[in-house]
Design a protein around this ligand. Sequence first.
Ligand code: NAD
Length: 322
Amino acid sequence: MKRILITGAGGFIGSHLVKRLKKEGNWVLGVDLKYPEFSKTIADDFIIGDLRDSHFVKKVINTSFDEIYQLAADMGGAGYIFTGKHDADLMHNSATINLNMVEQCRLAKVKSIFYSSSACMYPAYNQEDPDNPKCSEDSAYPALPDSEYGWEKLFSERLYLAYKRNYGLDVHIARFHNIFGPEGAWKGGREKAPAAICRKVAEATDNGEIEIWGDGKQTRSFLYIDECLEGVLRLMRSGMSDPVNIGSEEMVTINQLTQIVIEISGKKLRINNIPGPTGVRGRNSDNRLMRERLGWDANMKLKDGLKILYAWIAEQVKNEIH
Ligand code: NAD
């Protein structure tokens, strides 16, 4: 049985990770500003607190853990990170969390830490062609992320790698590409494209129309939460420290993503593309390094994951109406 700490355990990926690591028989401590919103946590202990406060972090990591998963960040979808309105907060908040965490891991002699970076750190100039984006791990430099969120991720990747180099901290870094699934933000401004689209479709009346930001030709790939967790655990228990993509290579346009959700719903809906924050024109995971170094790849079809997400969001929408 391992002693495991998950920071950001009240969030989407963190709350799913608690369930997965508990199922494996570990002792799990969760930490977050809030409890998970959509189901009761099954962590052995859960502490509410602010990881920007170094005294709080010191209290939490007062003994060694076998594994720490650092998922806490100030984050959201395009409506949160690409409008420019939250830049100062999200850089300050997430960087402070990571600075506190890594230093306390060093002091407490933590064995191993996982850090969740993002595909948003890849240079914008390699993601202008929607049919041919380049996101191989070795294309990260010269750096030019398209958002301050991406710059903070890049800074923190370098921070963890510096602690490995100078203090021997065992770090594992994933660059997540759009993770989706039930029990994540689906309204309120922080939701990401799959959840936002499922909500719009679930709320729409048959034969109506839904609004989609941008011309809908921008491309992305989406990874279902269970596959993300499988990748995270394989990475954590590998000897690999260099950042690696964890994503799906099934690239679709945002309008295609929307069409899949409409089909799942069984409704007849028109897509109305309107101006809105969209980020880069094209992005797809490049899983070559993941296959080579982790001997594993994601293979769930996007449509299968969306069916699960749509059913969950349709239920939330229904509950809200009643
Ligand atoms: P999330 O917003 O659902 O979870 C993040 C959690 O961190 C939230 O519960 C939040 O309350 C907590 N948090 C924020 N500030 C905190 C603080 N000061 N102290 C304590 N807790 C704090 O996001 P998620 O989708 O679960 O993402 C988890 C990690 O993965 C984040 O680092 C995110 O940047 C990264 N990531 C996610 C995706 C994705 O598609 N979901 C893609 C790329 C990277």
